[in-house]
Design a protein around this ligand. Structure first.
Ligand SMILES: NC(=O)c1ccc[n+]([C@@H]2O[C@H](COP(=O)([O-])OP(=O)(O)OC[C@H]3O[C@@H](n4cnc5c(N)ncnc54)[C@H](O)[C@@H]3O)[C@@H](O)[C@H]2O)c1
Ligand SMILES: [Zn+2]
Ligand SMILES: [Zn+2]
Length: 339
């Protein structure tokens, strides 16, 4: 079968590889769509922490079951599914609490023992499968994975108040966080992005304001829209040198700051404001199984995410798909590879 592999720095090659043979607890999926994600770009640029070329791209996927392992129950050939792309060891302290995302021995697509999703056939353990309703297009089914990141980012907050949320950066993750926040009942949603297209997209999704952080006073606007109080929660979904200070300044006393962006450089942070205002900072890493379930339910429930698929390219054009997201020469949110 064909597989799109990163074979060198910013180089994607279509290679012939053996199709995976599903284990007894696994199914084989005929891949219909796979999503390009920021973590694929890390592999592409050669900056991924542990994945090195040659490696098959992808972890976001939707497709049809074509083969069932002998122990698999509850699924049949032809079922349309998406996959929660991590599998915990099942025995560590984190797995026992359902925190597969924190398991240090977890397996993920594209790491030894599990192929990536930019392929014609992908194997997955039955316990990682989520059915997609017939009415859900495959490309939208592929978005369950990044949507689960957004669900988790908000589920990590303890603040019961939902008057105002600020989302700093409305790329794929920020926009999906906005959608989930709206569904959760946040009354006022304020967003920022340096890209005009993303700000427009955010306004279309119902943001009270979508601000340019370079030319506009984000903190003043947040104060204005919250009667001087500040937001209950700020989600950091972009990396920039002053973004933590900005998040803290947007948030009220006893408010929270959720870090989703993977900021791998050291950036300065005036932490006194966190102390003075008794704010809480938390990190959010991928998702727990319950977040993935919630995201799959939202998609099967008909949540409209169609605007976010901005480009679709065939598997053979995976190089272009990666270039598109990497260079952002066009307006882009989510690039989908069709197989
Ligand atoms: N924690 C997790 O599990 C997880 C999962 C997926 C992605 N991420 C991380 O989340 C971040 C966002 O991912 P994404 O896929 O949405 O990326 P993206 O590139 O689609 O979005 C980032 C957005 O931030 C905007 N931006 C740049 N500078 C900004 C600034 N100073 N203020 C506001 N916006 C600014 C960009 O224009 C872009 O629209 C990345 O750091 C990614 O690595 C984390
Ligand atoms: Zn992803
Ligand atoms: Zn574990």
């Amino acid at each position: 079968m064909k597989a799109a592999m990163v074979t060198g720095k910013e180089e994607v090659t279509i290679r012939q590889v053996d199709a995976p043979i599903p284990g007894d607890d696994e199914v084989l999926i005929k891949v219909k769509t796979a999503g390009v994600c920021g973590s694929d770009l890390h592999l592409f640029h050669g900056t991924h922490a542990f994945r090195k070329p040659p490696a098959v791209l992808g972890h976001e996927v939707a497709g049809d079951i074509v083969k069932l392992g002998k122990n698999v129950k509850g699924y049949k050939i032809g079922d349309r599914v998406t996959v929660e792309p991590h599998l915990g060891c099942g025995v560590c302290e984190f797995c026992k609490q359902g925190l597969v995302n924190l398991c240090t021995a977890k397996k993920a697509p594209g790491t030894p023992g599990w192929i990536g999703t930019f392929v014609e056939y992908f194997n997955a353990p039955a316990k990682t499968l989520y059915k997609l309703d017939d009415a859900i297009p495959y490309d939208i089914g592929t978005l369950v994975e990044p949507l689960a990141v957004a669900v988790h980012a908000l589920a990590r907050a303890s603040a019961p108040a939902k008057d105002c949320i600020v989302i700093l950066g409305v790329g794929t993750i920020g926009l999906l966080t906005q959608v989930v926040a709206r569904e959760m009942g946040y009354k006022t949603i304020i967003t920022t992005d340096t890209a005009p297209f993303n700000r427009e997209m955010s306004l279309k999704q119902g943001a009270a304001a979508a601000l340019n952080p370079i030319t506009e006073d984000v903190v003043a606007k947040v104060k204005e829209l919250t009667g001087g109080r500040g937001a209950d929660l700020a989600i950091v979904a972009a990396g920039a040198p002053g973004i933590l200070d900005q998040a803290s300044a947007c948030v009220r006393k006893r408010g929270e700051i959720g870090l989703v962006a993977m900021i791998t450089e050291k950036i300065p942070f005036y932490c006194y404001s966190v102390v003075f205002n008794e704010q809480t900072i938390y990190g959010a890493m991928t998702y727990e199984t319950r977040d993935f379930e919630a995201a799959a339910d939202m998609v099967n429930g008909g949540l409209d995410l169609s605007d976010f698929v901005t480009q679709k390219l065939s598997l053979d054009r995976s190089q272009e798909a990666l270039d598109l997201l990497s260079q952002k020469k066009e307006n882009v949110v989510k690039v989908i590879v069709t197989v």
